[in-house]
Design a protein. Structure first.
Length: 535
């Protein structure tokens, strides 16, 4: 897989465009084009149907400790600022950044690597953004810094291994990743990732509010509303799909790290004694979802966090990771996290901000002497009407990124092969082998030629199918070229009206992956396509 080819196909065929492109673009923001918007909608619809609306709440699913209920929610992006204080985002949701005084560029402290190098009696810590090509970049930069030519490469005396900028204390001898002079980087500073805005006419801190950095908190603060309005008993999962915003210091790798993105999150509320079984269940169920939609197991891993990596209140966290083509060999990027969050979030919204390390209430007094991070004071515990037991539910959180899932499905689908054209000459074919459920266009309809009544019949088929599926009509160019265009769009089926159609009311249906062409009755097209998509 070659990322540049995927990015170029995405732009050329209208999957993804850089946001505000005609004004030079805005880093970390992406627009979905006509094909992209269908693909993303299909990913979100598949998730919603498989996890929420189509969920079988009458049976015990394989691996589940018991039947369970699922409900959905759609909360606002801007919520009461106290929510972010109690959730910990106000205090803890930050990265460290360094600025370059020379280039005015900003870097995440932990994403810059470097190595000490000596030449001409001077020593400098030469840096580069962390990547698998960093040594190559550093060598070029070191040669330039010391005014050496390529043939003098042996004059560079490297000292020690490549290390992260976080290990360096004095920045005086550091050559910043894009700087010409050394010593231009500032000391690392904390940078909160939440976008701040102001609600109403109040412009000061009184009106300050934040764009949500995750959809999860909207679910926690509505837990009681959903429970009371649906009268479900636990276990209950509440799902939400929606935009989240993070002012990432270094957005990169196409849509992988964006500043505006969509999440698909479930908060699953259950009895504390059952929570470990549910954690295992959700890990397996979420991994299977990606497999069922065509992501090969070679490219997908489940990585359990070490105890040091996981939050103290979490007794289990695992990431589902994908081998994105922009990652170094053997490395994977996070698609989704599945976390056992205990009762931390519900307790925080009841009592106030809990200390991340000790799980005790952290009381900080404001200037007015009142606790700064006051909780809602509402009782968010659950009383089981059969056993009479009252407890604060434990939560399992499968939290997926819709844009990262789309990116993984794009990368997984991309293939290049060779197919014969109409004259039998082998031609390179770029094909997006999406699972038919996810494919932006389900079928394309062509008249073989633009005469003999074929366009009229093809248009009628197109208009009939359009009521049920996203379909595309094309009569331009040779049929071979029309197939290629649909292969690039990932359309699984191409229907061709030909000379035989007027005789027996049949058409051919060509499969994108096997290239097999079956002759089928026009009346049966809709059910054939439906069956193939669902199988
Ligand atoms: N409520 C838990 C939570 O938000 P997270 O690991 O920070 O956890 C969950 O985010 C998922 O959201 C990630 O696994 C990823 O798929 C997606 N995500 C997070 N930050 C993102 C970003 N800057 N751009 C695109 N997707 C992002």
């Amino acid at each position: 897989m070659d990322m540049d080819s995927i990015v170029s196909l995405c732009k050329r065929r209208g999957f993804l465009f850089q946001s505000s492109e005609i004004y030079g673009g805005l880093q970390g923001f992406w627009d979905y084009g006509p094909l992209g918007v269908e693909l993303k909608r299909n990913v979100k619809d598949a998730w919603w149907r498989d996890m929420v609306s189509g969920h079988d709440d009458m049976s015990t699913l394989a691996g589940a400790p018991s039947p369970y209920a699922m409900e959905g929610l759609d909360c606002t992006i801007i919520m009461h600022p106290q929510i972010w204080k109690c959730s910990g985002h106000y205090d803890l949701f930050h990265d460290y950044m360094v600025d370059c005084r020379e280039t005015k560029k900003r870097y995440r402290h932990d994403q810059v690597n470097g190595r000490w190098v000596e030449a001409k009696g001077k020593k400098v810590f030469v840096t580069a953004p962390a990547s698998d090509e960093e040594q190559e970049v550093m060598t070029k930069r070191a040669l330039k810094f010391f005014g050496l030519r390529n043939k003098n490469i042996d004059d560079l005396k490297w000292d020690g291994d490549v290390v992260c900028l976080t290990t360096i204390e004095d920045f005086g001898e550091v050559l910043g990743p894009d700087a010409k002079e050394k010593g231009t980087l500032t000391e690392p500073r904390e940078f909160n990732l939440m976008f701040k805005t102001f609600v109403g006419a109040l412009s000061g801190e009184e009106g300050a509010a934040y764009l949500r950095p995750e959809t999860a908190q909207g679910i926690f603060v509505n837990f009681k509303n959903v429970l009371d309005s649906t009268r479900h008993r636990l276990p209950l999962g509440i799902a939400q799909i929606g935009k989240s915003f993070r002012n990432e210091i270094t957005p990169r790798n196409f849509t992988f790290r964006s500043r505006e993105f969509e999440q698909m999150e479930i908060e699953f509320f259950c009895h504390p004694d059952e929570s470990h079984k549910w954690y295992q269940f959700w890990r397996d169920r979420r991994l299977k979802w990606y497999h069922d939609l065509g992501v090969s197991s070679d490219n997908l891993i489940m990585r359990e966090h070490s105890p040091e990596e996981a939050a103290h209140y979490s007794t289990g966290t695992a990431d589902i990771e994908y081998a994105f083509p922009f990652m170094a060999e053997g490395e994977y990027g996070e698609l989704e996290g599945i976390a056992h969050r205990g009762n931390f979030d519900l307790r925080s919204h009841m009592e106030g901000k809990l200390d991340e390390k000790s799980d005790t209430l952290e009381v900080q007094l404001g200037d007015d002497g009142k606790p700064k991070w006051k909780g809602s004071g509402k009782d968010l515990s659950y009383r089981d009407d059969l056993s009479g037991e009252k407890y604060i539910p434990h939560v399992i959180e499968p939290s997926a990124g819709a844009d990262r899932a789309v990116l993984a499905f794009l990368c997984e689908a991309y293939e290049v092969d060779e197919q014969p054209d109409e004259k039998g000459k082998m031609q390179k074919r770029e094909v997006m082998k999406f699972h038919p459920r996810l494919a932006p266009i389900k079928a394309a309809v062509f008249p073989l030629v633009k005469k003999d009544g074929m366009p009229e019949v093809a248009k009628e088929i197109y208009l009939t199918l359009k009521k049920d599926f996203k379909v595309f009509y094309d009569e331009k160019g040779s049929v071979g070229k029309r197939y290629r265009r649909q292969d690039e769009a990932g359309t699984p089926y191409c229907i061709t009206v030909d000379g035989q159609t007027s005789e027996d009311q049949t058409v051919t249906i060509r499969d994108r992956d096997t290239l097999a062409q079956d002759r089928v009755k026009i009346d049966e097209l809709a059910s054939i396509i439906r069956n193939r998509i669902e199988s």
